[in-house]
Structure formats: structure tokens, C-alpha cells
Design a protein around this ligand. Structure first.
Ligand code: GLN
Ligand code: ZN
Length: 742
């Protein structure tokens, strides 16, 4: 093996996987059709990798939904509530739920925008190897072999699987390690029996801080797997950061034959490798081609990284930093990209070619084929100059602001509002699609959007909400909408990346200095405000979220890029204010997502993240009320940062955790307004007013009525109108009743 990749996109060039799964869900296609599409997609990937010249070809990187879910199914960690179902129906029930049977939880995969299905492990969990196709790595290995392709099955490593699991009941997942390793041992033995030479065990948890107990568990698991008499060679892959020295030392002493390290997201990797004395008898898979971002690899840099570790390991294999599933499939599918941007890009297929070329250069001394020099990012001198003198990012005294806003806005205690979007009906989506396709002109489009805004304003007046929104009908996506209007971003046509299940996103590419050529939201907001005397809340996406859900430059620190986005937002906010908008919300749902995996890196991140938010929001008058919104309630390490953002009002998810975070925020010193979501918008259920009242009374134990806001958990765009209207009516009723008790 000279070259390998850790994984490849599984969704197909035309999103075949999405359409096949959705057809199965809707009953338009049966399980045979779905299985057939899966097999075709797998065969196409293996063949493409072989033809490209990769010699360590991974298998079992395909999934009908998620690789963690696949692992749960493989080891039979199937909670009782799904056991009456079989096959795909059981599998998808675990992922998505069925009537009366809730799904497993879903959460973000490390600091990526991919979501995995969280294993639920209880005291009764008994791991065992599933039969037939559910023993997926075996089935896929044999399937590839039947095509004449030798592959390296990829498994989620046992430590990563357990540490990402959620205990259901009184159980420490690590106590289940031995039972899990038994199953992995059986898988390895059976793979060896089928002829597999290598297996890859993914252990990304090793790039985060680990306790001594976890390191012991690592030692134990790999001692047991290493000692198996009949097994394939083992490659332990780590990615998304620098492996810990304690973990690498364990791997170095273990019998595993290869270790994969991330040279892109792990800046200290070479030092750590040297500090443990290298891997003298092992193969190093050097992840020098970035699997998380879309930029072409600098061949010289990649080769010198490989060369720098030659003396520390037995041999070096060129690889990707992580699976390529986090980047789009093929740059050749894009026709409309600006050539200057395009020349800097490599998607999964291009990255495979890079790995192959680097492998030849390293192994056979073949020079990397001449390619055009890497073009540079566009520099905007005006942006640079402004950033240099960007000035103060602090607002005036909180108490003064609070009083000024109370006066200016005249809002009641327990003021009611929503998070921004209203239901995106098929009609709204059609109008946007018609405009994109040129079937309607700009005037017709604007008229249709204004109609919608007028309807949404009238509805909110009728419901009796206090702070209104325009409803965001013009927005396809909260990041893409702004990326399309800002200089420095490019959009792709086919650059889909799996976010979860059959949901894929097309992250914009932030390639150059960011600037705002013209106002982005002012016209819509001003129109909405012209229809009502109540304050209309302007709606923007914050700098951290803009970066988190885009592919970002790697030629300058993220902090720098964030400040550029912040300056553009600062101008937008000033324009909104000038247009008479008195309340402005800057959403930062991704603030927690970008939190570094290691504790030591967190303060610096939070510092620039908070700084960017404040740079964007601090130039307003005392009377202008800044809101922010986050879609979760577990603040953990960022609770202090929420206060530091210094928004006048912060709305968060809270309904599912019974308003607990109101007290948590106050305990952490947060003294501004709080809008704990009083109902969960993720389901069509209409909660009774009494239920929301109970939530409000609970919140009032921790916050004064003039600082308590009443709103749903998140935006309403995925909901339909009937349930939205009913729920908001109950919300207003609840707020009024509780106000009456004060
Ligand atoms: N303002 C956005 C909306 O309401 C917020 C979305 C989000 O928090 N993810 O849709
Ligand atoms: Zn939200």
C-alpha cells in the first residue's frame, strides 16, 4: 500500500442515494430497489478508486443513513422499542422514528456539520454480531471481492463507538467494552477468513482530551484485538485534530500495523509523533490531503510533511486527513465557477488523483505532474484597511440600554416573538424556483414575496404577537442567502455534502476577502415594518455560523475571516437601523459547533467568536435591541461566551429540557433578556396553552418578567401553517395569562 483514502462520498453523482431512500420511505420503491441502488453506488466508488490508482481502497464506508447507526445494527445494539421491526424498516425507524416510536438521538459528528445517530446503550445491552447483510463490513468486503476488488473494510473503532454513545439508564458505556471487543474480534476473524488483508478502525476520539480511564480502555481494547491469532492487519485512523501523545503511545506499543494521523487539522502531529519515539515498526498513513475542505493540495508542502516523518516510522503511505465524505464529489460537474476560484479547488475525485500523484512522487520518485500554480485568494484593500482600524466592539452600559429599549419599544413583560422564519409553503418554494429558472421576472418575484410578507405580518397582528418578523420567505437557507450576496463567496451547482440521512447541503465556498456590495435584507425588513406599528425584527446570520456552514479559506486564520464577515454585517445592521428597524436578531446556531475538540484551544476560539459577534453588533444605538438565537440548550463550555456576546435578548431551545437553562444562564452571570423556547417546533404537535404557561412559570423562578421573552424553540420554516397558527395562538394566550398573574 502506497496510497489510500479514509472514505469517500456515498451519495452518488446525481444524489442517487437520496432519491432511492426517499422513494423507499414514501412507498414508491421497495427494499429491492433500494438495495440495488446501494450496490450500484458502492460498485461505482470501488471501481473509480481502483481506476484512479488508489491501492488501499476502503469499503464499508457506504451507508444508507449513517455509519454509527450501521455499527449499532452490526453489534445488535438495538433498543427494545425497535425489535418488532426488521430489515430496512427497523434500520430507518432507529434513524427517524415511526408512529409512536421515537428515533434514536442525532448529534453532530465532532466539529463537522455531519450528524450521526447516537447509540443508546443500557444495562441490558448485550452486543452480538448481527446476521446476514447487517454484518455489513463482511457483506461489503465480499461484494467488492466478487467484483475483483480487494478492499479494506472500515469500522468505527470500539472506543469511539462507546464514547459517542448515550447511556440509557445506570450504565457507563466503557463497562461494555469487553462485550463490544468480543464482537469486533469475531468480525476481524471472519474478515480474515474471507481473505481481508487490512481493516481500518476509526478512532477520531483520540484527537480530543481523554481521561486516564479512557486511555486504559484504549490499551485494553487494542491489546485484545492485536492478540487475535487470525485477523487482518489493523490500521487505526485518527482525524479532525492532533492525536494525544498518551493515545499515540498506546498505539505505538500495540500490535496494530498502521496508524493514520491527520496532518491537516492536526498541526502538532509531527511533534507528537517524535515525542513518543515514532512508530518504528509501523506504517504511517499520513493524512496530508485535506478531507474536510475544498482546496487543492500544495504538493510541495504535502511531500515535505511526508518526508519529515520518514525517519520516525517504518513506512509512509499517502492518505487523506479524514474521509472525503465531507467534501463534494466532483469538481468536473461544476460549469459556472469563476476560473480563478476553480483553479484553487479539488473535490473528492480530484483529491483522489492528488493522493495518487503524491504517492508516486514519494514512493517511486516520480515528480508530481506540473499543474497550474495555485492562484491566490482575492484581496480587497478596502476591507483590509477597515479591519485594521475596526474600532470598538463594545456597547454601552446594560442597564442604560435596558431602560432605553423599554422606553423606545414599549413592550410588555413576557414579550412574545418568533425566531424568524414562518412556514415555507410549496407555493413560496415554487416562486423561488421559478425565479432561479427564469420562469418569472424580478418584479413578479418581488411582488409574490411582498404578498407573503404582508400575509405573515397580518397573521402576527391577528395573533397578538409583540415583536414581529417578516417570515424569511426569500431565503433558501440562512447561510447561502447571505453568501450569494456577499463578495468573496462562491456557490456550487452540485456540491452536495451529506448533513444527515437524506439531507444534503451545498456549503458556499468562502474564497476571498468578504465585502458587502449592497444591503442584503433592508428592503424586505423595511417593507414589513411599513405594514405595522409593532416593531419588526430584522434577521441576520452571524459570523461564526456563516463560517461553520461554508468551506472556508485556509490561508488565513478563521478569526480574520470572521472579522471580515462581521464588518459586512455591521454595515447591514447600520442600514437596517437607518431604515427604522428597532430590533435586530443575529443568529449564531453554530457557535457551539465550531468549539475546538480540546479544552486548551477553547478560550482562543471563544475569544474571536465573541469578538466577531460584537464587532458586528456593537455600533447600534442604545435603543436598538440586539437579539441572538441558538438552537440548543446544552451550553456547557460556552455558557460564559453567551453572556460575553452581550446581546440584549438571547433565545434558545428549552422546551425539551424544562427551562432548566434559564437558571443555568443566570447562575453563569447572564443578566440580559432570555427567550427560552416554550414549545418544540421539531414536531407538528400543538402544545396546549397550559403546558406553555407551566414552562413560563418555571422560567420565572429564575428571571424577572421584564427580561423573560416568550417564543418557540426555533424558526418555523419546516412547519405547516395549521399547527403553527394554533401553537402561536396558544403561546400568546399563555403569555397573557401568566402576565395577568404578576
Ligand atoms: N432565523 C432563522 C429561522 O427562523 C433561525 C434558524 C436557526 O436557528 N437555525 O429560520
Ligand atoms: Zn434555531
Amino acid at each position: 500500500m502506497n496510497t489510500t483514502i479514509l472514505g469517500y462520498p456515498r451519495i452518488g453523482p446525481g444524489r442517487e442515494l437520496k432519491f432511492a431512500t426517499e422513494d423507499y420511505w414514501s412507498g414508491r420503491a421497495d427494499e429491492h430497489a433500494l438495495a440495488k441502488t446501494g450496490a450500484e453506488l458502492r460498485a461505482a466508488v470501488w471501481t473509480a478508486l481502483r481506476d484512479a490508482g488508489i491501492d488501499g481502497i476502503p469499503s464499508n464506508t457506504f451507508s444508507f443513513y449513517d455509519q454509527m447507526l450501521d455499527t449499532s445494527v452490526m453489534v445488535d445494539a438495538v433498543p427494545e422499542r425497535y425489535r418488532h421491526l426488521t430489515g430496512f424498516d427497523r434500520y430507518f425507524a432507529m434513524a427517524r422514528g415511526v408512529q409512536d416510536v421515537p428515533p434514536l438521538e442525532m448529534t453532530k459528528w465532532f466539529d463537522t456539520n455531519y450528524h450521526y445517530i447516537v447509540p443508546e446503550l443500557g444495562p441490558d445491552t448485550r452486543f452480538r454480531l448481527a446476521d446476514g447483510a447487517a454484518a455489513k463490513p463482511l457483506a461489503e468486503y465480499r461484494e467488492a471481492k466478487a467484483l475483483g476488488i480487494e478492499t479494506r473494510p472500515v469500522l468505527v473503532g470500539p472506543l469511539t463507538y462507546l464514547l459517542l454513545a448515550k447511556p440509557a439508564g445506570p450504565v457507563d458505556p466503557l463497562e461494555l467494552l469487553d462485550g463490544l471487543v468480543d464482537v469486533y474480534a469475531e468480525v476481524l476473524e471472519r474478515l480474515a477468513g474471507s481473505g481481508a488483508r487490512w481493516v481500518q478502525l476509526d478512532e477520531p476520539v483520540l484527537v480530543a482530551d481523554r481521561t486516564p480511564a479512557e486511555i486504559d480502555a484504549l490499551t485494553h481494547a487494542y491489546r485484545r484485538l492485536g492478540q487475535l491469532t487470525s485477523r487482518p492487519r489493523l490500521m487505526v485512523a485518527t482525524y479532525f485534530g492532533t492525536i494525544g501523545a498518551d493515545a499515540l503511545r498506546v498505539l505505538a506499543r500495540s500490535r496494530v500495523e498502521a496508524v493514520g494521523l491527520d496532518f491537516v487539522a492536526g498541526p502538532g502531529t509531527v511533534e507528537v509523533l517524535a515525542s513518543v519515539g515514532g512508530l518504528p515498526r509501523k506504517t504511517l498513513v499520513a493524512g496530508v490531503v485535506d478531507g474536510r475542505n475544498v482546496w487543492r493540495t500544495d504538493a510541495g508542502k504535502a511531500l515535505s510533511a511526508c518526508a519529515s516523518v520518514l525517519g520516525l516510522v517504518d513506512r509512509v503511505v499517502v492518505g487523506t486527513s479524514c474521509s472525503l465524505m465531507h467534501v463534494p464529489l466532483d469538481l468536473d460537474q461544476e460549469d459556472a465557477l469563476d476560473p480563478a476560484v476553480r483553479g484553487r479547488l479539488a473535490f473528492a475525485r480530484q483529491k483522489v488523483a492528488e493522493v495518487v500523484a503524491l504517492g508516486r512522487a514519494l514512493g517511486e520518485g516520480v515528480p508530481v505532474p506540473e499543474s497550474a500554480p495555485l492562484p491566490e485568494a482575492g484581496v480587497d484593500p478596502a476591507v483590509r484597511e477597515r479591519l485594521g482600524s475596526a474600532g470598538d466592539a463594545r456597547r454601552g452600559d446594560r442597564a442604560v440600554r435596558f431602560a432605553a429599549q423599554r422606553d423606545a419599544l414599549g413592550l410588555p413583560d413576557l414579550a412574545t416573538t418568533t425566531i424568524g422564519s414562518f412556514p415555507q409553503t410549496p407555493e413560496i418554494r415554487r416562486v423561488r424556483a421559478d425565479r432561479r429558472a427564469g420562469r418569472i421576472g424580478e418584479a413578479a418575484y418581488v411582488a409574490a414575496m411582498k404578498d407573503e410578507i404582508a400575509r405573515v405580518i397580518a397573521l402576527q397582528e391577528d395573533l397578538g404577537l409583540d415583536v414581529l418578523v417578516h417570515g424569511e420567505p426569500e431565503r433558501n437557507d440562512m447561510v447561502q442567502y447571505f453568501a450569494e450576496q456577499l463578495d468573496g463567496f462562491a456557490a456550487t451547482e452540485h456540491g452536495w455534502v451529506q448533513s444527515y440521512g437524506s439531507r444534503y447541503v451545498r456549503p458556499p465556498i468562502l474564497h476571498s476577502d468578504v465585502a458587502r456590495p449592497r444591503p442584503m435584507t433592508v428592503e424586505w425588513a423595511a417593507y414589513a415594518q411599513s405594514l405595522t406599528d409593532k416593531p419588526v425584527k430584522g434577521m441576520l446570520t452571524g459570523p461564526v455560523t456563516m463560517l461553520a456552514w461554508s468551506f472556508v479559506r485556509d490561508d488565513q486564520p478563521l478569526a480574520e475571516t470572521a472579522r471580515q464577515v462581521a464588518l459586512a454585517l455591521r454595515d447591514e445592521i447600520a442600514d437596517l437601523e437607518d431604515a427604522g428597524i428597532r430590533v435586530i436578531q443575529v443568529d449564531e446556531p453554530a457557535l457551539r459547533e465550531l468549539l475546538p475538540l480540546r479544552d486548551a484551544d477553547r478560550p482562543a476560539y471563544l475569544d474571536w467568536a465573541v469578538g466577531a459577534f460584537r464587532l458586528a453588533t456593537s455600533a447600534v444605538k442604545d435603543t436598538t435591541q440586539i437579539h441572538t438565537h441558538m438552537c440548543y440548550s446544552e451550553f456547557g463550555e460556552i455558557i460564559g461566551a453567551i453572556g460575553a456576546l452581550d446581546a440584549d435578548v438571547t433565545s434558545v431551545e428549552a422546551a425539551r429540557s424544562h427551562m432548566e437553562l434559564v437558571g443555568d444562564l443566570r447562575a453563569a452571570g447572564y443578566g440580559n433578556g432570555i427567550g427560552p423556547g416554550v414549545y418544540d417546533i421539531h414536531s407538528p404537535r400543538v402544545p396546549a396553552a397550559e403546558e406553555m404557561e407551566a414552562n413560563l412559570r418555571r422560567a420565572l423562578r429564575a428571571v424577572e418578567p421584564e427580561r423573560l421573552w416568550v417564543n418557540p424553540d426555533c424558526g418555523l420554516k419546516t412547519r405547516a401553517y395549521p399547527e403553527t397558527e394554533a401553537a402561536l395562538r396558544n403561546l400568546v394566550t399563555a403569555a397573557r395569562r401568566v402576565r395577568g398573574e404578576l
